[in-house]
Design a protein around this ligand. Structure first.
Ligand SMILES: [Zn+2]
Length: 286
């Protein structure tokens, strides 16, 4: 993708090089694997971000060390910030078209561990959005894992898709969809609650597609192979793909993010239509 010459965001925070010894993990990121990780290592069944994570807020740890960033890390940071800026510009436009005002989220790059309003997180969490402080948190080692462990082809647009998905959760927070979905989950069985979670996640994929559509119009930023990189990443983070890899069998009732096919389809629907009114992923939930 083409991204040079973007302005600075003002909402971008680079905490790489600062270590912080948080031990707990938050959920709600781009992959359902978080829940598997927690079941394996943490013993806590984290379904969604806010309610359960309150109890993780103990165990304060101050930053212990700081080191200078390498030239490569600085370049990576500039690239991530450029994507963030493109999400700010596109969503400001879409909100304006709908007579709303976009409130820009903050974005934090970190290594190892980070403290958030949703609890302490580590790299194992994968990228995630915390509604409590309206920040996206991301450790770039995730993208290596996506390639090496989950077979995605990687590439700059895989990163852009993941960021756009997390920003999609911010959009859902601003629009009230996230709160509404959590209220709908109350009193439901685990399987029913999971279906709602899948709808929320697929809508974030749809919004990532809508963002791509608008940004292509505004910045003509796509290069050959970019969409394939996004689809490869979306395929890799499908619940069925991850479960097949991690546990060797698939349990559809436990899906929280949607299958590879669903994730790709909703991203493409958003990308091709650019039409927010076509993003009702909840209509398929009972
Ligand atoms: Zn998500």
């Amino acid at each position: 993708m083409k991204w040079s010459g973007r302005r600075e965001s003002g909402n971008f925070e680079d905490r790489r090089g600062m270590s912080s010894g948080g031990k707990t993990i938050v959920g709600g990121g781009i992959v359902g694997i978080i829940i598997l990780l927690l079941n394996t290592f943490g013993g806590e069944n984290v379904q969604m971000i806010t309610p359960i994570l309150e109890q993780f807020n103990q165990g304060q740890s101050a930053p212990t060390e700081q080191r200078a960033l390498t030239a490569d890390e600085i370049a990576e940071g500039k690239f991530i910030e450029a994507i963030l800026v493109d999400t700010e510009d596109v969503w400001a436009k879409i909100f304006q078209e709908n007579n709303m005002q976009y409130q820009r989220p903050n974005f934090v790059l970190f290594t190892d561990g980070v403290q958030t309003a949703c609890g302490n997180a580590t790299s194992a969490s994968g990228p995630f959005y915390c509604p409590g402080d309206q920040k996206v948190y991301m450790d770039l080692t995730f993208f290596e894992e996506l390639k090496t462990k989950f077979g995605a082809e990687g590439g700059d647009f895989a990163t852009a898709y993941v960021i756009a998905h997390e920003i999609g959760h911010h959009v859902q927070t601003l629009m009230g969809t996230s709160d509404k979905m959590r209220r709908m989950q109350e009193g439901k069985s685990q399987a029913e609650a999971n279906k709602l979670s899948v709808a929320l996640e697929l809508q974030a994929d749809f919004y990532a597609g809508v963002w791509t559509h608008y940004n292509q119009k505004m910045n003509n930023f796509l290069e050959e192979g970019d969409i394939d990189e996004a689809l490869s990443a979306a395929h890799a983070v499908g619940d069925d793909a991850i479960q097949a890899k991690i546990q060797g069998h698939i349990v559809p009732e436990s899906f929280t993010h949607g299958t590879s096919a669903q994730r790709k389809a909703w991203f493409m629907k958003g990308y091709k239509s650019g039409d927010m009114s076509q993003g009702n992923t909840f209509s398929e939930v009972d």
